[in-house]
Design a protein around this ligand. Structure first.
Ligand code: GLA
Length: 405
């Protein structure tokens, strides 16, 4: 039964999860020396879908699932990275870090370590052994990659006494993903994680990275996440294709709007007047972006006047646009959104993350949790023959050291 305050079969308390993670570290690397423990959350985005790389506003919040990191300095200069999900380790001398990504998960922390080395100079890094783990589903749209990257930046700052601020963590994470791993990701995810505050949505304007916080009444409202367990192999290339389509729309339309620096700066009337310049698919992508910018401002205004029903309605409208105009939904996501939004007390629902599978984020009155669970699971199972994974998530603050083991 999905009810607020009920324990979940998966441990969500960081203390319990991290204690197990610390034991796994000692089993792998031995017990000599102090093991330090860190946590970096994942995120859900409530409004502003596919706007970050178009310079628009987004409204994400951190969740109480994320990456656990156990680490210890080494007396030599070797950097050793391991994951609790697999055997074996990757290791390199500090002075000989690989120049290129290898397609292995360790590219993410390695990209951060390389970016940090470029910033502070080769002599400032030292040897360390690090075990990554956590309770965030991977590839589900909850930003496991930014969580591991921002967590690595925090770890470097604390373990090696480097003077990195949360803004630096965000920059290092972005450098790693864009420059080393090679994903054209927007700025939302590392900001959502690095700048998170518990119980608040982050308002991030991706045009200039200015930000503010907006409280969400967590005594009254809850955030549920339904993982459809659909993972599209082509999700990364499809994401890059959407980025390219938005870029194409901007390059064409900017000629009509002097001073425009990103697609967000193009008025909807210009798109409507010049639609014939664009291929039908590119025009649909641009229409989603421009209408989503307006919806996100409307959602912010609704929250400011305490109208959570109007906020939720914008979330559901965003999903419809992601389905019909941006074309990043799949039938499993649509099914969850339709079932969830039919439940009294559910305020809104939409896919979160890039789409092509993954998760739906649902905003609900706490009292609606039981009926939500029943209805979503039953209708999904009837349609697809298996159940999605549905959980209420608590909010979380930003990445932090939890303490020595
Ligand atoms: C992915 C990207 C984000 C953002 C979302 C869509 O999660 O990592 O930067 O573009 O898709 O809103």
């Amino acid at each position: 039964m999905l009810a607020p305050g009920m324990p979940h079969p998966n441990p969500t308390g960081h203390d319990e999860g991290l204690a197990g993670h610390a034991r796994a570290f000692v089993e792998r690397f031995g017990s000599a020396g102090t093991v330090r423990l860190f946590f970096a959350p994942g995120r859900v985005n409530l409004m502003g879908a596919h706007l970050d790389y178009n310079g628009g506003p987004v409204m994400p919040t951190a969740i109480d699932r994320g990456t656990w990191i156990a680490a210890r300095r080494r007396p030599d200069s070797r950097i050793v990275l391991a994951s609790s999900l697999e055997e074996g380790e990757r290791s390199w001398a500090c002075a000989q870090l690989p120049e290129r990504a290898s397609g292995h998960w360790s590219d993410y922390p390695l990209g951060v370590i390389r970016a940090a080395q470029q910033r502070v100079g080769p002599g400032a890094l030292g040897g360390m052994e690090v075990l990554f783990g956590g309770n965030l589903p991977i590839g589900a749209g909850l930003s496991s990659s930014a969580s591991i990257c921002v967590g690595t930046a925090l770890l470097l700052a604390r373990l090696l006494d480097l003077p990195f601020t949360p803004k630096d963590w965000v920059e290092l994470a972005l450098q790693a993903e864009r420059g080393f791993v090679g994903v054209n990701c927007g700025i939302m995810d590392p900001h959502a994680i690095g700048l998170a505050r518990r119980g608040e949505l982050l308002w991030l304007d991706c045009k200039d990275a200015s930000h503010a916080y907006m409280p969400l009444d967590s005594a009254r409202l809850a955030i549920a996440v339904a993982d459809t367990r659909v993972r599209r192999q082509l999700a990364a290339s499809a994401f890059n294709e959407r980025v390219a389509e938005c870029r194409a729309a901007f390059e064409s339309l900017r000629r009509h709007v002097p001073g425009a620096t990103c697609l967000r700066d193009i008025p909807l009337e210009v798109l409507e007047a010049q639609r014939a310049e664009l291929s039908p698919a590119v025009a649909r992508r641009a229409e989603h972006v421009l209408r989503e910018v307006a919806r996100t401002f409307a959602a912010r205004a609704a929250l400011e006047r305490g109208d959570v029903a109007a906020f939720g309605a914008q979330m559901s409208a965003a999903h419809e646009s992601l389905r019909s105009l941006f074309e990043v939904s799949v039938p499993e996501l649509d099914r969850v959104v339709a079932s969830a939004t039919a439940v009294p007390g559910v305020l809104g629902a939409r896919l979160t993350g890039a789409g092509f599978g993954g998760c739906v984020v649902i905003l609900l009155e706490r009292g609606a949790a039981g009926e939500l669970e029943q209805r979503v699971l039953l209708e999904f199972e009837r349609a697809f023959g298996h159940a999605p994974h549905l959980e209420l998530f608590g909010g979380d603050m930003g990445p932090r050291e939890i303490g020595p083991a």
